[in-house]
Design a protein around this ligand. Structure first.
Ligand code: MN
Length: 134
């Protein structure tokens, strides 16, 4: 058994996220399983850039209310206890609403190159505003 008592909270990089987002890394991709798990906390208005996951991603919402959007304009409003599955290669983003925090556990199965995530451009304020009203 390994008991980790001091997992640091780190701020996510500004070239991949808009606003203030905090990560506690639970599991890093390590051979042979390449599982990556993180607890991610989004402050109001904060969100990921557009991105995709080579092998997909599962999000389990642990707190607050948030949004998950895809390129076809579909936006789902998520809250604690719900799960969203993002299929392999689907470009999407996730984040808080404009007025609430949102936290989720993000589960990704990577590959030998890492977590398999391809990071793209930011979700613009216009795109985000549209998602808030959808
Ligand atoms: Mn994702």
């Amino acid at each position: 058994m390994e008991h980790l008592t001091d997992t640091p909270t780190v701020k996510t990089p500004a070239d991949r996220f808009t606003g203030d987002v905090y990560l506690n890394l639970i599991e890093s991709p390590t051979a042979p399983a390449h599982l990556a798990v993180g607890h991610v906390r989004f402050t109001p208005g904060a969100r990921t850039n557009w991105h995709s996951h080579a092998n997909g991603q599962t999000l389990y919402i642990t707190d607050g209310v948030g949004l998950v959007g895809t390129r076809d304009g579909n936006v789902v409003r998520v809250s604690a206890g719900q799960t969203v599955k993002c299929p392999p290669g689907e470009e999407h983003w996730h984040g808080a609403t404009g007025t609430t925090f949102m936290a989720h556990v993000a589960i990704v199965v990577g590959d030998s190159g890492g977590d398999g995530t391809t990071w793209l451009e930011p979700v613009t304020d216009q795109q985000y505003a549209g998602a808030l009203t959808s």
